[in-house]
Write a protein that binds this ligand. Sequence first.
Ligand code: PHE
Length: 367
Amino acid sequence: MANEEILHLSSFDDESLNAAFAALEQRARADAAALDGPESMEAFRLRWTGRKQGRLNDVSGWLKAAPPQAKKSVGERFKSLKDLVEGLLDAAASSGPTDAAPAAEAIDITLPGTQRLVGAEHPITKTLHEIVSVFAALGYSVGVGPEVETDYYNFESMNFPPGHPARDTQDTLVIANQEKRSLRDRLLLRTHTSPVQMRTMERQPPPVRIVIPGKVHRNDAADATHSPIFHQVEGLCVDTNITFSDLKGTLDHAMKALFGSAVKTRFFPSFFPFTEPSADVQISCIFCGGKGCRKCKQSGWIELLGCGMVDPAVFAFAAEKQPAYDPRKISGFAFGMGVERIAMMKYGISEIGQFYAGDMRFLGQFV
Ligand code: PHE
């Protein structure tokens, strides 16, 4: 609409003034409602408040032209039209989509996106699962037990004699204020996963084939290869006619599955209170293939886990709850391995502390 159409004023009587200003107001509101960005706002501003061609400027001409008795009513109407236009401009400037600032904030699709890190198994968890799967494939089930354990399960039922050095607080982390309890009920942080052997046998009669992954605690100083908290996987197999050959065959298979089929195993005499006979399992050095190197101290062999035939004294404790554990009728083997040690070998890690430091530069290598 051209300015002239509404700016034409035939007379200064109230009726004409009302009609002319009402038309101007309506036009201003319609113009403001159509604003859709910084450019149209600027056009609005010029059209209405421009010094030379703005409508308000034109309308102010009516003031001069008005006869003296009409000046007041023209002035009042002019003032309220001016207020309206300024109010509309302010409102448009502060409301979102027509504002210049939000336009600048609009999504820039050329910017790189927010990177979200994808979680992955920790190398210890990964190794633990790998070990467990090797035995799961042989028909072993998976069990767990408590980390806060009693002296009975951790030591007594595992055939540790009363004064055994492992029971000393030098080696074992014990729960405070247990003096009132009998020795067998005193709580401690389990030093190995072997107590879950007894918990399993108390719950179910033979046959048993189970692996038990878990966290264990020892009162040890940390160094490059030791941590006071670490992980083990325990194994227990009990049935009729289980022999040392079964133990050898099972662990030889497991080591080949974990380290590759070229790996050889050998069983070295050892001692554990809960197995008889006991053995340490050594594997041919995976770094030099058995020729002898720094890692295997030139021996060609690396010691990896403890094992043995379940001691009849352990079966006797189990038989208190499950009479079927009669060492004259059944036999079995057990083994226990350190997960950190196996993970360090598999991945060539020389500092055990790397597993616990939470450094993404280290952990990111195992995704
Ligand atoms: N519990 C033993 C340890 O922590 C390992 C082991 C388990 C040895 C089962 C023999 C049989 O060193």
